[in-house]
Design a protein around this ligand. Structure first.
Ligand SMILES: NC(=O)c1ccc[n+]([C@@H]2O[C@H](COP(=O)([O-])OP(=O)(O)OC[C@H]3O[C@@H](n4cnc5c(N)ncnc54)[C@H](O)[C@@H]3O)[C@@H](O)[C@H]2O)c1
Length: 352
């Protein structure tokens, strides 16, 4: 039987959800609510429209409330839906603070409703391509993973530039990038060190670099900037780099291309050999001897965002845990808090 969904918030993400949920088998989208009636004008026919979200929450034709309203609305809407006995799927960031998340989780538990978060970027093909290589162990001992997202036009818009509305890039893309890294690497995270800046925005962050040191020895770097001005056709770029002692992986783009590079013989500890570069002899970098670097194609993951919902439907019916656990989203918020603290104090923050 189809799961009956109602969406609260019919802006950018509400429209994306409407398109997705109306074409997926196993879900029936019965209602959409937005406090701005203009936002409801293009709701597809056959779907109920509400300007009061409480009416959608109390509509018996809605089993799951999908909250796609502004970040500062998540707390009250999740709690209201939970109190009405509705299951909740909330957009990221789950909450604007750990205290808010505590309230939300408590209400969902008290009313025995199921609660998860839309971290669909766990199904991004670029990320999944990297994760498959990571999980395979084929690069040997991984010592570093680097993920980056760079925007070229320098603008942030609308409520994203206001602090009290949950603006800023940590709440926006940061939660996805942190979630991907924590989910892939697993294990304890020992320390967080970060730089978080307002390059051109008065209230909110628009650049960050976060360094995560895991107990297994991996140093992960997450970097995002909205203000890398460049006259490129694409308006942003996505990059991954992963280094192990048996090879390096690079994956670029949301529709990714990737390759693994290895050496046919070890390049370390070559006593008494020197490499001559264009600038003269070098004992560290410089061109490797001919033929020593070999490149392998990487199988690109074929995952799609709809896989998130397919997974949701299966877990909903089987009553098994959802892919995205609330404890994981709490850890993402904790990393974000540690990053902010590190940026202010310029100290390394101990984590787990
Ligand atoms: N998972 C993702 O990839 C992704 C991408 C973009 C946005 N988001 C998240 O989706 C949410 C919405 O972002 P957006 O970009 O669509 O914003 P948006 O401004 O385009 O849309 C938000 C809509 O919510 C409505 N709204 C605000 N408060 C409301 C309330 N109390 N009840 C009903 N409607 C209300 C607004 O009128 C607006 O139409 C945010 O939490 C954002 O972080 C997630």
């Amino acid at each position: 039987m189809s799961i009956k969904f109602g969406i609260i918030g019919h802006g950018f993400m509400g429209h994306t959800h409407e398109k997705m949920l109306t074409r997926l088998e196993g879900i029936q989208l019965t209602a959409i609510a937005d406090i701005d009636p203009k936002q409801l004008e293009d709701v597809q026919s056959g779907i109920k429209r509400y300007t009061n979200p409480s009416e959608l929450i109390n509509d018996p034709d809605v089993q799951v409330v999908l909250i796609a309203a502004n970040n500062n609305q998540h707390h009250k809407l999740v709690i209201e839906a939970a109190r009405a006995g509705k299951d909740v799927l909330c957009e990221k960031p789950i909450a604007m603070s750990l205290a808010d998340l505590d309230d939300m989780e408590k209400e969902c538990q008290a009313h025995n409703v199921r609660f998860t978060v839309h971290h669909q970027r766990r199904f991004d093909p670029d990320f999944r391509t990297v994760k498959v290589v990571y999980d395979s162990g084929s690069l040997g001992n991984i010592y570093m993973v680097k993920t980056g997202l760079y925007g070229f036009n320098g603008n942030m818009h609308d409520w994203h530039i206001f602090k009290k509305e949950g603006g800023g890039m940590l709440y926006d893309w940061g939660v996805h990038l942190i979630d991907q890294m924590l989910w892939m690497i697993g294990g304890k995270l020992k320390t967080v060190y970060a730089d978080v800046r307002n390059v051109i925005n008065e209230e909110v962050d628009d650049y960050f670099k976060i360094l995560l040191r895991f107990e297994n020895g991996i140093m992960a770097e997450i970097e995002l900037g909205t203000y890398y001005l460049a006259d490129k056709e694409k308006w942003f770029e996505r990059h991954w780099f992963m280094g192990g002692n048996k090879g390096s992986l690079s994956v670029d783009g949301f529709r990714p291309e990737g390759k693994i590079c290895r050496t046919t013989r070890l390049l370390t500890n070559v006593g008494k050999e020197r490499t001559i570069s264009a600038a003269g002899p070098t004992r560290s970098f410089g061109p490797p001897p001919e033929g020593i670097i070999v490149t392998e194609d990487v199988a690109i993951a074929e995952t799609k965002h709809e896989d998130y919902f397919k997974n949701y439907i299966a877990s909903y019916h089987s009553k098994e845990d959802f892919l995205v656990k609330i404890s994981e989203t709490r850890r993402v918020l904790q990393v974000m808090n540690a990053a902010r603290e590190s940026a202010v104090t310029r100290q390394v923050i101990s984590f787990e």
